[in-house]
Design a binder for this molecule. Structure first.
Ligand SMILES: NC(=O)c1ccc[n+]([C@@H]2O[C@H](COP(=O)([O-])OP(=O)(O)OC[C@H]3O[C@@H](n4cnc5c(N)ncnc54)[C@H](OP(=O)(O)O)[C@@H]3O)[C@@H](O)[C@H]2O)c1
Length: 305
């Protein structure tokens, strides 16, 4: 099969298309002929070596959708599933996966692969935050998949939604859109925000503690800037704030896995709308990474074998 293999860390050119043996299905795994692969932002950070990366010369990628060709449960054969792997293998014509979710009728492979993980993350984050009608929430990077789904969920639950996006991008459902490319954007956040969905991080994230209402909640789940947010305990204590670190396969990863079915159901019934920026052939994985890093688009980039 053709697969995209990572050779060391660096620019998009470290991703090379090669012939590889098809993976063998382990017990409990499904073997899937891939129809679509998502290219989320964190994969560009993994490839560049900004996050702890997989081992050299492994098939890259984590989120794929396609048709089951082999499974312990014969009734799964021929069904469309979306798969998630923490150890890579998704940028390929065939994947073997233990974590998979059956895609509902009417949802395409492209839609499923750009929704299953980020919409499930958004659902799990939203529930953890316990947003109440009438509260004001700040969704950082609402131009991204998780941020976009969080914005929709918050709006449909009666919250006022302040968002950020890169210069001039329109965010459906947002009450306010701030440009996170302006280093001073946090100064323009309205006072008394009840919940911050923090994905940008960095030293200046600490400025937001002054914008939170007493007993406000911060859900830290991403580091798009490349750094974790740097809050001081003193600033949290001074306003009675709660900081929740959201991540890791052994903690919130379980909530995310449990939410994937529901996330796809919300896509099927039209509550959540997956947004696809561009589709590239698998062989152009490097160009797909360049597109994600350009930050010119809105929505996910997808690879098609
Ligand atoms: N904790 C968890 O369980 C979990 C799970 C999955 C993902 N994540 C994290 O969630 C975050 C969002 O993921 P996603 O899949 O929604 O991303 P995505 O769909 O790939 O979109 C990327 C987003 O990042 C923004 N961005 C990129 N670099 C930025 C920077 N330096 N400063 C501000 N914004 C920047 C882009 O904004 P513009 O292009 O508009 O500028 C865009 O909104 C990532 O950090 C990812 O690692 C966490």
């Amino acid at each position: 099969m053709r697969a995209v293999v990572q050779h060391g860390t660096g620019g998009p050119e470290v991703l090379k298309v090669e012939e590889r043996p098809e993976p063998e299905r382990g017990e409990g795994e499904v073997l899937v002929r891939v129809e679509a692969v998502a290219v989320p932002f964190y994969e560009t950070q993994l490839r560049a070596g900004l996050l702890p990366a997989g081992s050299e010369a492994t098939v890259f990628g984590h989120e794929a959708a396609g048709i089951v060709v082999e499974a312990d449960d014969e009734s799964l054969v021929g069904r469309r599933v979306v798969t998630m792997s923490y150890t890579g293998g998704a940028y390929a014509e065939v994947v073997a996966a233990s974590q998979y979710t059956v895609v509902p009728e009417g949802v395409s492979a492209e839609q499923a692969v750009v929704a299953a993980v980020p919409a499930a993350v958004a659902l799990a984050l939203f529930r953890t935050a316990k947003v109440v009608e009438g509260e004001t929430v700040l969704v950082e990077a609402a131009s991204g998949a998780i941020g976009g789904y969080l914005t929709r969920l918050a709006k449909t639950h009666g919250a006022r939604v302040v968002t950020t996006a890169g210069g001039g991008k329109a965010i459906p459902d947002a009450d306010v859109v701030l440009d996170h490319n302006d280093p001073e954007w946090r100064k323009n956040v309205p006072d008394c925000v009840h919940v911050v969905f923090e994905s940008i991080g960095g030293a200046r994230a600490a400025e937001l503690t002054a914008k939170l209402a007493p007993r406000g909640r911060i859900l830290a789940y991403g580091l798009l800037s490349g750094e974790f947010p740097a809050y001081s305990v003193a600033s949290l204590v001074a306003r009675g704030l709660t900081l929740i670190g959201f991540g890791g396969p052994d903690a919130y990863g379980k909530d995310v896995a449990a939410a994937r079915d529901e996330a796809l159901g919300l896509v099927a019934d039209g509550t959540l709308t997956p947004v696809i920026d561009r589709t590239y052939p698998l062989a152009e994985a490097a160009a797909a990474h360049e597109r994600v890093e350009s930050r010119e688009g809105v929505g996910k980039v997808v690879l098609v074998p």
